[in-house]
Design a protein around this ligand. Sequence first.
Ligand SMILES: [Zn+2]
Length: 198
Amino acid sequence: MSVELAVDADGWVAQARKLPSPNFEARPQGAVPTLIVVHNISLPPNEFGGTAIAELFLNTLDCDAHPYYDAHLRGVRVSAHFVIHRDGALEQFVSCNERAWHAGPSNFFGRERCNDFSIGIELEGSDTTAFEAAQYRTLGALVNALTARYPIEALAGHSDIAPGRKTDPGPHFEWPRLQRDTLLADRYFPYLKFSETP
Ligand SMILES: [Zn+2]
């Protein structure tokens, strides 16, 4: 089953469940999204389902509910533009026209502050578990929709732009599968700026 998605002029995907997060700001003057950053997240770690990811991005997570939250997430203000759940369901938290807070200290081919010029997509998952077919389908459709709206030049994993600090989307994320599931040409090979790919 193929999925068709579209990004409107305001930066929202109509087919996504819209959960506006307060954790964003304007992109710097003149900055447009040219990079898509793929992440994984699960809360509690390695447990799937539930609403904790959304609650984290909406600043409503009860940090007394789990020791991990208490130790690592109290007072944390983060967001991503999108979350793709295990069943492929898509949630959107921040307009793609705005700057979400997903990358942290980061560097892509010498350009720092990747949040300024990227769109962050979280796959519900972990570094130790394969992702679901439904997640690749939604991700592929989303990448196609984003490349139709914005001058996207590259895709990268969080681990590629924050090496040593971040490991996601992890060894189970199949970049060739994403490439196959999208309309991306060979020059869109992940990790590299398209212009630098042979
Ligand atoms: Zn990440």
